[in-house]
Ligand binder design. Structure first.
Ligand SMILES: [Zn+2]
Length: 236
């Protein structure tokens, strides 16, 4: 075996690759930072919606949610789902509407005015989650989570659950319109007619996985505050 000296391009290759990888990780960090800022701060003029619904006040002045664990996928235990619901409720309460989450024994009576959160593949119609504001229900779909797991067992399904719960709870807090700001938990990425959501500096382009936040963003909360603001009495 002869050891020939490396030619110049061969010697440069590791350095070039290192520089490229360095650049890639730098770009990834910059992209993460922009998204983190979008979650934390709602700049003037950034709120935008698809116009597919009309915001209204929350279903109650104090949201009480009761969670029934029956029918949940076995990899989500009750404590995990309750913690997920409480994180979303606490975050949304920042808009001025207090919310609390309680476990419910299966079949026990739902307190009057409370929102029942339960697993129901028939009513959720193939979705991960669905809120019915009029009936005060938030249904979760075990079948959708089973499909997700079958496709990719390593996928962090608890994050999907958090995103779904935060989004559907947003409807109960009064946000009926969907955001066109990609990072908002109330966003839809496109309107089905070729229009794509917006991110600062086009930051969503090339993003891997979900760009949407797991909890309400500053813009979600601002919209929620507006939807729940006490009506201004006209001066006489
Ligand atoms: Zn929705």
């Amino acid at each position: 075996m002869s050891l020939r000296p490396l030619s110049l391009p061969q010697r440069l290759l590791p350095a070039l690759l290192g520089a490229l990888l360095g650049l890639t990780s730098w770009q990834a960090r910059a992209s993460d930072l922009i998204r983190t800022q979008e979650i934390a701060e709602c700049r003037s003029g950034e709120i935008g919606t698809w116009g597919d619904g009309r915001d209204r006040p929350a279903v109650d002045t104090h949201l009480r949610l009761v969670y029934d664990h029956e029918g949940a996928p076995p990899w989500f235990d009750e404590a995990l789902v309750l913690a997920t619901l409480r994180r979303a409720a606490d975050a949304w309460a920042g808009c001025g509407v207090p919310a609390s989450v309680w476990p419910r024994a299966h079949g026990a009576e739902v307190p009057p005015g409370a929102v029942l959160v339960n697993w129901d593949d028939r009513l959720v119609r193939g979705n991960f989650g669905l809120a019915h504001v009029g009936l005060r229900r938030l249904w979760l779909g075990a079948a959708a989570f089973r499909t997700l797991r079958a496709r990719n067992a390593a996928y962090p399904a608890h994050e999907t659950l958090q995103m779904v719960v935060s989004h559907e709870m947003g409807h109960l807090f009064g946000l009926m319109d969907h955001s066109n700001r990609c990072v908002d938990v109330m966003s839809y990425y496109d309107n089905g007619r070729g229009d794509r959501c917006r991110a600062r500096e086009g930051n969503d382009r090339g993003w891997r996985g979900d760009y949407r936040a797991l909890l309400p963003t500053a813009c979600d909360i601002q919209r929620c505050r507006a939807a729940n603001a006490a009506p201004v009495t006209a001066a006489r």
